[in-house]
Ligand binder design. Sequence first.
Ligand SMILES: NC(=O)c1ccc[n+]([C@@H]2O[C@H](COP(=O)([O-])OP(=O)(O)OC[C@H]3O[C@@H](n4cnc5c(N)ncnc54)[C@H](O)[C@@H]3O)[C@@H](O)[C@H]2O)c1
Length: 413
Amino acid sequence: MDKMQQEVVVVGGCGHVGLPFGLLLGSTGKFKVSLLDVDQKKVDLVNSKRQPFIEEGLEAVMQTTIGKTVTATTDKNCLKTADFVITVIGTPVDAYLNPTINILKDNVEEVIHYMKKNALLILRSTVYPGASKIIYELIKASNKAVNLAFCPERLAVGFAFEELKKFPQIISGFETVAINQARDFFLEFTPSVIELQPQEAELAKLFANTYRYLNFAISNQFYMLAQSCGLDFYKIYDALKLDYPRMKEFARAGFAAGPCLRKDTLQLAAFANNNFFLGHAAMLVNEGLPNFIVNELKDKLDLSKKNVAILGMAFKANCDDKRDSLSYKLKDLVKLYAKNTYVSDPYITDSEFVDTATAIKNSDIIIIGVPHSVYLDIDIPADKHIVDVWNFIKPKTVTKSPGNIDNTLALKI
Ligand SMILES: NC(=O)c1ccc[n+]([C@@H]2O[C@H](COP(=O)([O-])OP(=O)(O)OC[C@H]3O[C@@H](n4cnc5c(N)ncnc54)[C@H](O)[C@@H]3O)[C@@H](O)[C@H]2O)c1
């Protein structure tokens, strides 16, 4: 078959994973791509070549692909002629901290109803171990001649294009025909594939995210430990990393947040029947960091008489994604105790937010919620206290007067 004629539908195609993935496929010129999504607002934005979220390189690729090789739609009929259907809808944990496989099951049931014979359905969402098997059995029971692969997405929000092009892709399936289809598909636009059994692939993805989450917890735990006894964590951190390669992976302290890391640690914990002490400990540590900051402030200052600014509400630097951001937990805690709370983020539109300069001007204490690069240029007057868990604000940007050196609370809480 002429590769130009291969049709792809990305289900959840206007989301953080689906959109860069679909655009990358479209940019190869080898596929006609439909970005199927239930969110009409996002579909309209994408079709008018406007990006619904910040993503490096997205804008330029949208200009060259949308309306040509890529179209966003809410119309499921696009599934009827697709050779490949990739589903990347969200897979959150529920209010009881359990995985939500039923969302994916319902989605697949709907999608396969439209799909043509021998087309390949690729699950690309991060799933609970065993979910692919459940979906495989569902397809078999439906008597639809649709093949199934599970090929987890490993990109980081904000850097999808670069990463998709250079990282090997993990592929898996229950039948040779599906594995072969998946391999051929990915090798059209990525350098290499790695084959695993489906449950191995499911665990590989969860291990990757949980590993990162545990790593951040180590740093956050050490940070709280050092700061609690009046020591500067980053003095120790810098000393032990300097010319000492064994500590290369030692992360900086900071909020370990966002829609994936904690969620996937919870999925792994559920899979381990909650016998996952390391994972649960990491959650207590990472989720406890905002509380630690507020408790330190309460111990050192009379918060009820202080105005507090939080700079950066996204879940990570230089992005507009606020999903599961710990800055919001911090905001709620600060609001409980401070005189006034001013919240700011240059990338997020919210009528409650103020601009950076106003937040700083009105506040006695400035907390860096997330280290957006733009904050490197801000000038914080010497009479303000700075709370910078990331150790991000460089001394040159902090106007200190000699008599006021304690304004950073010495600890850089
Ligand atoms: N964000 C990341 O960095 C990242 C990285 C790797 C893997 N993942 C995984 O990828 C999956 C998607 O994450 P995301 O961040 O892109 O989520 P997202 O919320 O940004 O995107 C999901 C999209 O799916 C759409 N959608 C929901 N139900 C739908 C349906 N029934 N039919 C069509 N569209 C539907 C939503 O409107 C949304 O646009 C999750 O399993 C996540 O764990 C995310």
